[in-house]
Design a protein around this ligand. Structure first.
Ligand code: GDP
Ligand code: IMO
Ligand code: MG
Length: 420
């Protein structure tokens, strides 16, 4: 068996949580490979609406093992809150959740460093979720970080105090007021909760599952345009959100990757700062935001909205080696007079169908207009009942990017999923 990977092709919030939950019954194992509580993955089924941050989106099914991989960064405070919320729904994760000992820990001071760094940047701020993601990955690559496995080793408190003191020295260089005492108390409670779960060498666990012919789905967070190497740097997150991130974030060899599911919205959104060529700052953008309920699942911030960008999509497909596409939020486009799709950019040097090194306001999208449809499609379950205009839109995208769209999502709930 191989490891299938599901990841976002845009700027995050493509609907990864919903689709992982929908696909989970086909798999034995669901494994998150990067990011941390900057992610907000929403799941809706029955009467339940739930947002997950660190915990994989397969946990609401009974028979699957869920793994938090070594590429993930964990804030024990947020982890404890997530566990408490899930417990309220009658789900106990002690048996079905495994956590990599090599996953890094977000300290209270990492969050302070994130906030201090953003405040100091002023108008050039990244628009971080302020969960401490950047500083934690910096400590990981700087070889200063604390890992989940450290919490059960002797001398952990000493290591914690050492890193905290280092962070305080850095914080002193900022003009930034902070208190962490209360956070710290909560953090240590979170550490106790973490200790009560199965802390494992997840790379061995995953590779043993593979040799036993078990099927694995790797769940990404954020999106390709937020990737630390290939996203719109520096307005990105601090991990590799792309397919290669599943190899490093889980300990899976490249040759063991199977299908790569690339998920995208039928339009585009972005939350936080940074370039967004097809952004609409007009009434149409507002309509997309309202119809799509485009408010951040982690921060509640309004998401910036715009038309689908095929040049960016083709770039993401190339970087990830996408084998199947999944399009979400098709229902949100119902009722628009027409739909626009960006097929290339106009620059001072001519037409460009690639992502340039510098993406700024001089990059002007060139649009193709397609007819829209007026009917509500959110109750449709068979592709033959979809409006012709939507089928034409799907075909137009497939012809442009040369990959088939295998799933179209028409609502937030599990059942609002159409297979092609
Ligand atoms: P993720 O971070 O990729 O998991 O996506 P988020 O959960 O942050 O954001 C996606 C939002 O769209 C959530 O509120 C989902 O419930 C919702 N959603 C997912 N798929 C669809 C869809 O096909 N139609 C509509 N209207 N909403 C959807
Ligand atoms: P999911 O998994 C959308 C954005 C932030 C900011 C930038 C850096 O739900 O799709 P960070 O907190 O990582 O330092 O923020 O990345 N960002 C996301 N945007 N969805 C996410 O996750 C995001 N995680 C981070 O808004 O612009
Ligand atoms: Mg999200």
């Amino acid at each position: 068996m191989k490891v299938d990977v599901l990841l976002g092709l845009q700027w995050g919030d493509e609907g990864k949580g919903k689709i992982v939950d929908v696909l989970t019954p086909k798999y034995d194992v669901i494994a998150r490979f990067q990011g941390g509580p900057n992610a907000g993955h929403s799941l809706e089924f029955g009467e339940i609406k739930h947002v997950l941050h660190t915990i994989p989106s397969g946990i609401f099914h009974d028979d699957q093992v869920n793994i938090i991989g070594n590429g993930v960064v964990i804030d024990p405070i947020i982890f404890k809150t997530e566990i408490d919320e899930i417990k309220k729904l009658g789900v106990d994760l002690h048996e079905k959740l495994l956590i990599s000992k090599k996953a890094h820990l977000i300290l209270p001071t990492h969050r302070m460093l994130d906030a201090a760094s953003e405040a100091a940047k002023g108008t050039t701020k990244i628009g971080s979720t302020l969960k401490g993601i950047g500083p934690t990955y910096m400590d990981k690559t700087g070889r200063n970080g604390l890992r989940v496995g450290d919490i059960i080793e002797p001398g952990f408190r000493k290591k914690f105090e050492f890193l905290k003191a280092k962070h305080k020295d850095i914080l002193d260089q900022y003009d930034f007021d902070y208190t962490i005492d209360q956070y710290e108390e909560e953090w240590w409670k979170g550490i106790e909760v973490l200790k009560s779960y199965k802390l494992v060498e997840s790379e061995y666990v995953l590779n043993s599952f593979l040799s036993e012919n078990k099927s694995i789905l790797a769940e990404g967070a954020q999106g390709t345009m937020l990737d630390i190497d290939f996203g719109s740097y520096p307005y990105v997150t601090s991990s590799n959100t792309i397919c290669a991130g599943a190899c490093t974030g889980l300990g899976i060899a490249p040759g063991k990757i199977g299908e790569v599911f690339g998920i995208f919205k039928a339009y585009c959104t972005r939350v936080g700062s940074g370039p967004f060529p097809t952004e609409l700052s007009d009434k149409t953008g507002e309509t997309l935001r309202e119809q799509g309920r485009e408010y951040g699942a982690t921060t509640g911030r309004p998401r910036r909205c715009g038309w689908l960008d095929l040049t960016a999509l083709k770039y993401s497909i190339m970087i990830n080696g996408v084998t199947q596409l999944i399009m979400t939020k098709a229902d949100v486009l119902s009722g628009f007079e027409k739909i626009k799709v960006c097929t290339s950019y106009k620059t001072s040097e001519g037409t460009l169908d690639m992502m340039p090194f510098t993406i700024n306001e001089t990059l002007e999208p060139i649009y193709t207009e397609l007819p829209a449809w007026s009917e509500d499609i959110s109750e449709i379950s068979d592709k033959k009942d979809l409006p012709k205009e939507l089928l034409d839109y799907i075909r137009f995208i497939e012809d442009s990017v040369k990959i088939r769209i295998k799933i179209v999502s028409v609502g937030p709930k599990r059942k609002a999923t159409i297979y092609f």
